[in-house]
Design a protein around this ligand. Sequence first.
Ligand SMILES: Nc1ncnc2c1ncn2[C@@H]1O[C@H](COP(=O)(O)OP(=O)(O)O)[C@@H](O)[C@H]1O
Ligand SMILES: [Mg+2]
Length: 226
Amino acid sequence: MEVLKTVNLKKIYQVPSGDVRALDGVNLSIEEGEFVAIVGSSGSGKTTLLNLLGGLDRPSEGSIYVRGKKLEDMESEELTIFRRRNIGFVFQNYNLLPILNVYENITLPMKLDGMRVDEEFLNHMIDSLKLREKLYHMPETLSGGQQQRVAIARALSTKPAVLLCDEPTGNLDSVTGMEVVGLLKSSAYEFHQTIVVVTHNEEIAQMADRIIRIEDGKVKGDTYEE
Ligand SMILES: Nc1ncnc2c1ncn2[C@@H]1O[C@H](COP(=O)(O)OP(=O)(O)O)[C@@H](O)[C@H]1O
Ligand SMILES: [Mg+2]
């Protein structure tokens, strides 16, 4: 089943020096359960694409479908709820809430949606991400890599159908990075999740089922790995 689809997706940013074509006609179809890496140089449009797929920003042209629902047809409140129930996001700059401790940050999406906290699942994730000792610490006291792992735990906490990760291993050493991607893969398998990971680390990309390469806002390659 198709979980993510874009049709002629364009995003143009207007800046004083002229228009920036961040995405220039992207057509993609991603199936349920796929683990996809999006690779491209800095400025190629990766973050823009992820933000649009997650309904965090609106396209200039074209459409986005998530689980068959066209995002532009939704009112903002409906979109907020749809996003919370279906999409997990790991931001490049983590976006942790500074006034909440690690545990509160991780469980926030569940609380917002009135979901019961699955303690067993949560404990497993906290240990896998090596966050046990930091559970009651505040985000500002954590290293970049630790904050990144909290952001990953938060995104996984609701077992979203779609998980979008922007450079989720950017601040991790290579061993931890591979471990985190391993965790994402096993989570995807266990909960039938579709995962899209933006990376410019080839080693990480090679762990994906499929690699989509973008350049200047266009898809320049789309290959399935063995
Ligand atoms: N909010 C914005 N306003 C203006 N230009 C932007 C904005 N966000 C991104 N861009 C530009 O769009 C292009 C793609 O950016 P981005 O999607 O962040 O690339 P990547 O994540 O691949 O590094 C770049 O040229 C960037 O400078
Ligand atoms: Mg980026």
